[in-house]
Ligand binder design. Structure first.
Ligand SMILES: Cc1cc2nc3c(=O)[nH]c(=O)nc-3n(C[C@H](O)[C@H](O)[C@H](O)COP(=O)(O)OP(=O)(O)OC[C@H]3O[C@@H](n4cnc5c(N)ncnc54)[C@H](O)[C@@H]3O)c2cc1C
Length: 399
């Protein structure tokens, strides 16, 4: 098809997934229009872990340098038992890890990652960015897509990507499987200046304190200036949406059985933001005609493998490659993209739930967890990560 690169792809949502999709398309010479409902393109503060798998994508997008300048490269992944205070296991992220997976493990502030992507999008003359536009209607025609926003603005494009997150309206239109499923887990998050972090725990590591029906994560951010704290516990409390203030009393009650260092860390924080965690079971088909989904809209997952944003970024690189392979036949390209992605993203969705069980185990399950994890050799531990962190040949990062 000649001239197919003249018409833009419409992208609903300017989060990490939407921005990366625009960037990946632009690297292939394909124009796009991002339509974001929020008044500004930005991410709220907290940390994101980046596996070596996503660095292959950054390589394809030319982003290794700006990302690395803002990231922290931790020494170890450590699991502590939050009740006894003893170490369960650690995986060194040093030379052997880098040799095996080619790229490092990194920690970055969400806002920093988003800003790197946004700056790269703004530098491209193939990407247009509109904020304060909430998409309300999508009409698919034989020759393209027409979109209308709440304020009455209209957009036309050759195809549409729903990168509109876990509460995706585009998904409702394409898949129609209702709302995501609450996991029964609540997350409290806070970011502290390093000077306020308990000196004993200013570790240069990604640390999980695994407990019973609760766990705490902490790690340094922004080249060591900040610490990210994430506390998760079981609760039936359910409020739709994200980002409200947490109730410290509830948090302290849920962590009452944990060891003194964990309780001290939690006491440090006066103001927590709260998220009610939801996910969905994996599906195989998230495209219809010239409309597809990407990131949390396609495969929302619990955060326990720290891969939701990583998967959105992989999706973006894969989708752009398929658009070119199918020479602008977007319906065929989107089918090929979901075909290439659904088993990998489905595995991460399922394994994220399993990790949640591991982090929150009690009784015999907890004893087994500690016994099995502490008996692993470093080689065993890395072999167990191969499926996730290794380069994915089908993502062919040769932009
Ligand atoms: C506690 C926690 C910790 C996490 N930690 C990690 C981690 O360490 N590593 C990792 O890889 N992932 C992590 N994740 C997951 C990660 O945050 C998400 O997977 C990722 O942000 C999804 O990006 P997205 O672009 O698909 O969706 P979102 O970031 O949700 O972006 C969707 C965008 O679409 C916009 N939008 C929605 N509807 C409309 C509309 N109708 N019109 C226009 N715009 C619209 C929204 O305003 C938003 O900007 C974590 C998640 C949580 C909850």
């Amino acid at each position: 098809m000649s001239g197919w690169k003249d018409e833009p792809v419409l992208i609903v949502g300017g989060g990490i997934g939407g921005l990366t999709a625009a960037l990946a398309l632009s690297r292939r010479g394909i124009p796009s229009q991002i339509i974001e409902q929020a008044a500004e393109f930005k991410e709220i503060g907290a940390g994101i872990q980046l596996g070596p798998n996503v660095f292959w994508m950054f390589e394809a997008l030319g982003l290794i340098e700006p990302i690395s300048a803002l990231a922290v490269f931790p020494n170890n992944l450590i699991m502590m038992d939050s009740i006894t205070g003893e170490e369960v296991t650690r995986i060194s992220l040093g030379d052997a890890f880098r040799k095996k997976f080619h790229y490092p493990y990194a920690l970055i502030h969400r806002a920093d990652l988003h800003r790197v992507l946004l700056d790269a999008c703004r530098k491209s003359n193939l990407i247009r960015l509109d904020a304060s536009q909430k998409v309300v209607t999508i009409v698919e025609r034989s020759d393209g897509i027409a979109v209308t926003t709440e304020s009455g603005k209209e957009y036309r494009g050759a195809a549409l990507i729903g990168a509109d997150g876990i509460w995706s309206a585009v998904r409702e239109r394409v898949v129609g499987d209702g709302k995501p499923k609450p996991a029964g887990h609540i997350t409290y998050r806070a970011v502290l200046p390093t000077s306020e972090m308990d000196e004993r725990f200013r570790w240069p590591d990604m640390v999980v304190w695994a407990g019973e029906k609760a766990h705490l994560v902490h790690y340094p951010l922004r080249t060591g200036e900040l610490f990210n704290l994430v506390a998760v516990f079981h609760s039936d409390r359910y409020e739709e949406g994200w980002d409200s203030f947490g109730d410290p009393a509830e948090l302290h009650e849920r962590f009452a059985k944990t060891c003194e260092p964990v309780r001290r860390l939690l006491n440090k924080i006066e103001s927590w933001r709260m998220w009610v965690l939801c996910d969905r079971p994996p599906i195989k088909e998230w495209s219809r005609g010239r409309i597809t989904l990407l990131g949390d809209a396609a495969h929302p997952m619990l955060q326990y493998l720290a891969q939701g944003a990583n998967m959105a970024i992989e999706d973006a690189v894969c989708l752009a490659a398929k658009a070119v392979e199918h020479d602008g036949d977007y319906a065929a390209a989107f089918r090929a993209y979901q075909e290439a992605r659904y088993l990998r993203t489905g595995r991460v969705q399922i394994m994220a739930r399993v990790y949640g069980e591991v982090f929150h185990a009690s009784g015999v399950a907890k004893e087994l967890r500690n016994m099995m994890l502490s008996a692993r050799t470093p080689e065993d531990a890395m072999a167990g990560m191969e499926w996730l962190y290794s380069r994915q040949p089908e993502l062919t990062p040769s932009a």
